[in-house]
Design a protein around this ligand. Structure first.
Ligand SMILES: NC(=O)c1ccc[n+]([C@@H]2O[C@H](COP(=O)([O-])OP(=O)(O)OC[C@H]3O[C@@H](n4cnc5c(N)ncnc54)[C@H](OP(=O)(O)O)[C@@H]3O)[C@@H](O)[C@H]2O)c1
Length: 331
């Protein structure tokens, strides 16, 4: 089976994924990159055999271009952008029976009515989104496995932002807030705009995705939400980062920030000192607790939940699982 990969986004995560596939699948000639799209340019064909592909400006509109693909190959679309606008392309790719893999939470958090089909495709594993929650940590794999086993999930609690885990851990050790934010940005832990992490929006999106996968079709406005830090808007990322110099978080330490969701509701904010004593990890580690019928007191997943390479690894895992299961379907 020939597999054509179409990567959208060649930033921190996209470029890591590209090199991971090149390095680890060098011997699999039937799996190859056919196109890589950036915001205003693209690269294709034999250019993509190079380590540093060149990008040309004659980028077509992907929603029109997708209609021209050869239907005899398996096409896998990988979304490594942070754009809500990817939704149209994802929907069309699924309609055409292609596979979609995504690290991008934004399209999944559009009003539920608009994206019901995306969630159906995730449950059928036509779309895979492991990297959206916990980066390379198999949080969604675990959730879907429990669901398949018929094991009732009563609630999920967790620290699901690598950036905020890193900041809380650093602040709890007495380090300076603005230096921590700058380091997290440099290490590739933060979203392209770090305000999305600092405001708590990224955790809110993860709460929404987990809720919807559990069949609790919530909207953003249903989430009880307490921001992590009140961020200045209307200035550039650079100006915002500069404005943090000398600022403190202004909270009593130790702190721990995350989500707590069940059928009754979803809360995103600071945990109480009692809860935070078992949710606090170290460094950028995520800790996710599943409370179910049989796992007593809970099932715990812990590990690094941010960073370009670990996120790329989550995409890589989704891609290989998709190829394996499509191979079985076709045999
Ligand atoms: N970093 C992490 O630890 C982490 C963890 C989990 C999930 N994620 C998710 O991974 C995604 C990517 O994050 P990142 O840090 O790699 O972002 P990034 O470095 O800002 O890269 C974003 C890329 O998307 C491209 N892009 C923007 N609009 C596009 C469009 N319409 N079509 C095609 N490409 C487009 C940009 O193109 P240009 O090159 O032209 O600007 C850029 O290459 C985000 O959704 C993020 O939430 C990241």
């Amino acid at each position: 089976m020939n597999v054509a990969l179409h990567l959208f986004g060649f930033g921190q995560v996209g470029e890591s994924f590209f090199h991971m596939v090149q390095d680890r699948l060098a011997n699999y000639s039937q799996i190859r990159f056919q196109t890589v799209f950036r915001s205003r340019s693209w690269s294709r064909g034999s250019c993509l055999e190079k380590k540093n592909p060149e990008f040309a400006k004659d980028r077509p509109d992907p929603v029109e271009w997708i209609e021209s693909l050869n239907q005899r190959e398996l096409h896998i679309f990988i979304d490594a952008t942070a754009e809500t606008g990817m939704l149209d392309l994802i929907q069309r790719a699924l309609e055409l029976n292609h596979v979609v893999i995504s690290a991008n939470k934004k399209p999944l958090c559009e009003p539920y009515e608009k994206v019901t089909k995306l969630y159906d495709s995730i449950l059928k594993q036509r779309m895979r989104i492991e990297s959206t929650v916990g980066a390379g940590l198999p949080v969604l794999h675990q959730l879907l496995t429990l669901h398949e086993l018929g094991e009732k999930i009563h609630s999920i609690q967790g620290v699901v932002s690598g950036t905020l885990a890193y900041l809380c851990s650093g602040l709890n050790q007495g380090n300076d807030f603005s230096s921590l934010v700058k380091t997290a940005h440099k290490l590739g832990y933060t979203e392209p705009d770090p305000r999305e992490d600092l405001g708590g929006d990224d955790v809110l999106r993860k709460g929404l995705i987990l809720s919807r996968l559990l069949g609790w079709s919530r909207e953003k406005s249903d989430v009880e939400f307490e921001p992590f830090f009140s961020c200045e808007q209307g200035v550039s990322v650079h100006e915002f980062m500069d404005s943090l110099n000398g600022r403190s978080i202004g909270l009593d330490l130790p702190i721990c920030y995350g989500l707590n969701l069940s059928k009754e509701g979803c809360k995103v904010g600071f945990f109480s000192p009692e809860q935070s004593s078992f949710l606090r990890g170290s460094g950028e580690n995520n800790r996710v607790l599943f409370f179910t019928d049989i796992y007593k007191p809970y099932l715990l997943l812990e590990g690094p939940g941010a960073g370009r390479e670990i996120t790329a690894l989550g995409l890589f895992h989704d891609m290989l699982s998709a190829i394996q299961s499509m191979g079985k379907e076709r045999n």
